[in-house]
Design a protein around this ligand. Sequence first.
Ligand SMILES: Cc1cc2nc3c(=O)[nH]c(=O)nc-3n(C[C@H](O)[C@H](O)[C@H](O)COP(=O)(O)OP(=O)(O)OC[C@H]3O[C@@H](n4cnc5c(N)ncnc54)[C@H](O)[C@@H]3O)c2cc1C
Length: 393
Amino acid sequence: MTARLRVAIAGGSIGGLTAGVLLHELGLDVHVYERSSAALQARGAGIVVLPMTERYFTERGGDDDRVSLELSWWKYVDARGTELSADLDRFRFSSWNTVYRALLEAFPPDRYHLDHEMTTFEQSGSTVTIGFAGGTAVEADLLVCADGVSSTARRILLPATDPAYVGYVAWRGTAAEVGLSPDALEDLADSMLYQVLSPGHILVYAIPGEEGATEPGRRLQNFVWYRNYPTGGPFEDLMTDRYGERRDSSVPPGLVQIEHVAEMRSAAAGLAPSIREVVLASMQPFVQVIFDLSSPQLVFGRVCIMGDAAFSARPHVAAGTAKAAADAWALRDALQDQGDGLDAALENWQRSQLALGRSVVERSRNMGQRSQFQNTMFAGDPDWKFGLFEAGN
Ligand SMILES: Cc1cc2nc3c(=O)[nH]c(=O)nc-3n(C[C@H](O)[C@H](O)[C@H](O)COP(=O)(O)OP(=O)(O)OC[C@H]3O[C@@H](n4cnc5c(N)ncnc54)[C@H](O)[C@@H]3O)c2cc1C
């Protein structure tokens, strides 16, 4: 085994950090290089936690409640709030911040380097030289690029592979439970609520509160509302923030133009009362662009791309963080068992993760088309389930 293989990871979010903790545990010489100059901050929204997202914590004997909370019911309601269907279907939910902080705690701080934006890399034999903004450079035997949907590495390696806007965005936001009415709190206590719209849909679920609190009353309620914005004028205007800057993949909390926030809030009149309450109580709603992105190749000699840098699936299957974590676990397995050498191990990793990425993108694309353009999503739809490998799993 290459016990001291030098691994540089570009991107220190959930994908890069999961790879970091696993490869460090394996005894490899791992460093994570993150572009941001300060500790990362959540975009203020929730994530669905599939088993793969928190596999590191569950396998290390941790308490699930440390990183997520569980809701028992998956319910659909109509515009009056009448329940249309209720499935006893347990899923776990968290906030990006909670998972990120827990992973960061598991990784040696002297190996996590903020303010390191990878700008270049060059391969010579089996060595990769990685250059950073500011002119510094490091050498590694393997460069793992977990640098997100706007990946620098992918732009260099696969210049023709770009994320494609799919014609709709997710409006997202959170509201503290402490400010919600008793009726809304009761509806949302142990249930995720969906409302099918025409077109689109909205869902609301609880996530841990600011300090990670998971008890009802101290949590946040998180909404995700899929709304169509045709390419061109309406979309361009939405993506231009209130200071005139054109944003790429999201317009962050507090920066969406006031007119767009007002329009979204007035459209909330058509939502079920408890869902509407959460939307209207959300102080800083923000916009996340929905893309389809499929990379045809993940390994380029001693450089590989993973997580959102490689594939970005529409969020309907809720597998973004789980897919990034799955890439990291599979890389751990590949590097642990290098019977036929590193190149063969990376080749095997690429084969399995390309197949997984393609299937997630395809499944979520079909769901999105049904909801936003074909209007064939329906309350209680058994095929509408979160899952990394298949619906429900
Ligand atoms: C701050 C932050 C908050 C998020 N909040 C949410 C959320 O609330 N809900 C949700 O569903 N998803 C959220 N996501 C997205 C979610 O993390 C990803 O969809 C998923 O986990 C896959 O993660 P990833 O690590 O592959 O990519 P990402 O999470 O996008 O991380 C990519 C990382 O690479 C860094 N980076 C980019 N370019 C470079 C470079 N050239 N050199 C070095 N570093 C670079 C970025 O700063 C970022 O930290 C968030 C991501 C970030 C970065």
